[in-house]
Ligand binder design. Structure first.
Ligand SMILES: NC(=O)c1ccc[n+]([C@@H]2O[C@H](COP(=O)([O-])OP(=O)(O)OC[C@H]3O[C@@H](n4cnc5c(N)ncnc54)[C@H](O)[C@@H]3O)[C@@H](O)[C@H]2O)c1
Length: 269
């Protein structure tokens, strides 16, 4: 497939650029920043929040799918979060509809349900009610709602991957449950691109972690078979003073008081 990958210069984006190409996809990169030297694909510098710039990118070449991994991966003010996650998703969806691009895969987040208490031994399903832990999480919920609306209106296929903790290895006790390895990230996105007719779907973006809190079955239903397990790194993960609080709710540290702040930045606070 020819796939427009947004955020292609980012940590997830660079892994996906190389990994999806290895799996036979033709990746077209888009980012606000220029193409990194390590990446050798067709590249567009554009802001996904600018609908004209996004439409211009879609005009440049036919596309089969969009993987939307551009966005601020952290907490910000409510308007900045909405712009980064909802407005960008809207611009891409409008362009996809206008150019008959039928498949969208989204880098969603566990923080859409981050205030959900842990369920003991039971794993969390993707049908859990939206329960964000931050304005970032609110924006991820709204971006998923927008995907759902466009699937219903225009009969697209759109999958939100609620990513846990992406990185080369788990760095904390919480991440022994929430880790997504780079290789599994590629497997997951490839499955979401190629699954037959998923409609609107949500999958949990984690590896096959022994301590996983989130149900992997929705991903497996789409063909995502994770092969890595954070447990392999458990002996190297040191206990931390905040471990108990971090595993009490889905969103870990994002649910803590350190993230409480007004929704709107004021010029004269
Ligand atoms: N890293 C994680 O563990 C994790 C977990 C859950 C969700 N996510 C989501 O995955 C996505 C990518 O995260 P990441 O860790 O790779 O972040 P990152 O900051 O490493 O990369 C994001 C990339 O997107 C680009 N970008 C940001 N806003 C843009 C815009 N408006 N238009 C064009 N490009 C823009 C940046 O320049 C950057 O290259 C984000 O949406 C994030 O919320 C990440």
């Amino acid at each position: 497939m020819r796939v427009l990958l947004t955020g292609a210069a980012g940590s997830i984006g660079q892994v996906l650029t190389l990994g999806l190409a290895d799996r036979g996809h033709e990746v077209v990169g888009l980012d606000r920043v220029p193409r990194p030297d390590a990446i050798d694909v067709r590249w567009h510098v554009a802001d996904c929040a600018d609908p004209d710039a996004v439409h211009a990118v879609f005009e440049e070449q036919p596309l089969d799918a969009v993987v939307h991994a551009a966005g601020l991966p952290d907490e910000a003010s409510l308007p900045d979060s909405l712009t980064s996650h909802v407005v960008t998703t809207a611009a891409l969806l409008d362009a996809a509809v206008a150019h008959d691009v039928r498949r969208v895969v989204y880098a969603g987040s566990n923080h859409a349900v981050g205030r959900t208490p842990r369920l003991g031994a039971e794993v969390l399903g993707v049908e859990a009610r939206p329960r964000p832990d931050t304005f970032y999480g609110v924006a991820k919920v709204a971006a998923e709602a927008l995907l759902s609306l466009y699937v219903d209106r225009y009969d697209l296929d759109a999958v939100s991957c609620r990513i846990g903790s992406f990185g080369p290895r788990p760095e904390s006790v919480r991440e022994l449950a929430t880790w997504l390895s780079p290789d599994d990230c590629v497997r997951m996105v490839d499955a979401c691109l190629t699954a037959p007719a998923p409609g609107f779907a949500v999958v949990h973006g984690i590896s096959a972690n022994t301590r996983a809190w989130w149900d992997l079955q929705p991903g497996r239903d789409l063909g995502y078979e994770p092969l890595d397990d954070a447990e392999e790194f458990a002996a190297a993960v040191a206990a931390g003073p905040d471990d108990a609080a971090e595993v009490a709710v889905v969103g870990g540290p994002f649910a803590g008081e350190g993230f409480h702040r007004p929704a709107l930045d004021r010029l004269d606070p």
